[in-house]
Design a protein around this ligand. Structure first.
Ligand SMILES: [Cu+2]
Length: 88
């Protein structure tokens, strides 16, 4: 009846492989040029768990693909606010 560590390691390995990524769209106020777009993209990409950040100046929006286990929409908004922009 002893449970060796091996099956657990296998199970966690299986669970880690397919990461359920989520995508969120944020409205961002205050971006006026490509430099702003790059700043927002950079702070979003720097967050742990963010796989992709597409920032559009004309749409004033960011589309972020992320791992919800590692980061949150709130964390993104805070990061954007720290960079000097407003996200909703
Ligand atoms: Cu700018």
């Amino acid at each position: 009846m002893n449970t060796p560590a091996e099956p657990r390691a296998t199970l966690s390995g299986v669970l880690q492989t397919p990461q359920p990524m989520e995508t969120v769209r944020l409205s961002i106020e205050g971006m006026t040029c490509t430099g702003c777009v790059n700043s927002v993209a950079r702070v979003l990409s720097a967050l742990p768990g963010v796989a992709q950040a597409d920032v559009s100046l004309t749409k004033a929006r960011a589309k972020v693909t992320y791992d919800p286990a590692q980061t949150s929409v709130d964390a993104m908004k805070q990061a954007i606010a720290r960079a000097g922009y407003k996200a909703a």
